[in-house]
Design a binder for this molecule. Structure first.
Ligand code: ATP
Ligand code: MG
Length: 210
């Protein structure tokens, strides 16, 4: 019935009647949930945690939106470099506006005043996007660091998110996300770090890390 193998699949061999009954109950519950989910509106999605996969998942979702002809915009709040695979690929797309934060926050050279100014300029742009109904999907990649360092105010961000056009979907990534933003998020996923090739001594590589 589905591609998932779970306990119910294994139960088939042992007791088909009970299995059928369990599946019928399960289907009823799922159908009820589907019937209850009758709102049509955009959502705020937060991807957080220490594992690898936050930004790549968000860009994957943007590819989905583009597949449906939706207009998208990205602001990358941390990567100063423009040579990332996501930039090189999506910036070419006619329905994507791709912005990389000004001065380019970097881990190597820290200049708090310039970073603050760059973060605030980038957020001013984000607020314009959040008022513009032509955008169906917005991605604020690595936004959380700007709040963590005190460059941006989480309450102001939460307010702009709440006042956005009703159909607009917004995804935000970052290892930790401010409480104020999580409070208004519709979906929050934690990407957990279990193992990473870097710790096995594998160098960061094009197409996987950037
Ligand atoms: P990705 O962009 O690959 O989806 P991410 O957005 O989940 O990763 P970030 O916290 O933004 O992760 O880190 C960005 C970079 O650090 C990426 O190159 C990623 O591969 C790498 N990275 C992510 N998690 C880990 C980890 N647990 N250990 C080492 N490197 C990591
Ligand atoms: Mg990331």
């Amino acid at each position: 019935m589905t591609q998932h193998r779970d306990d119910d699949t294994r139960a088939t061999d042992q007791d088909p009647a009970r299995y059928q009954q369990r599946m019928a109950t399960k289907k009823r519950i799922v159908d009820e949930r589907i019937a209850n989910a009758d709102q049509e509106r955009g959502v705020v999605i937060v991807l957080k945690g220490n594992g690898k996969g936050k930004s790549s998942s968000a860009f994957g979702t943007m590819a989905r939106a583009l597949g449906h002809g939706q207009r998208c915009a990205v602001i990358q709040f941390i990567k100063g470099r423009r040579a990332t695979g996501e930039y090189l690929f999506f910036n070419e797309h006619p329905r994507v506006d791709f912005h990389v934060m000004g001065h380019g926050f970097s881990w190597e050279v820290r200049d708090p005043e310039r970073e603050r100014q760059a973060a605030q300029e980038a957020w001013a742009l984000a607020e314009r996007l959040l008022r513009d109904p032509q955008y169906h999907f917005l991605l604020f990649d690595e936004l959380s660091y700007m709040i963590k360092y005190g460059y941006l105010d989480a309450e102001r961000i939460a307010r702009a998110l709440s006042e956005r056009p009703a159909h607009q979907n917004v995804m935000m990534t970052g290892r930790t996300m401010a409480r104020e933003i999580q409070d208004i998020a519709d979906t929050i996923s934690i990407i957990q770090d279990e193992r990473h090739a870097f710790r096995l001594g594998v160098k960061a590589q094009a197409g996987i890390e950037y």
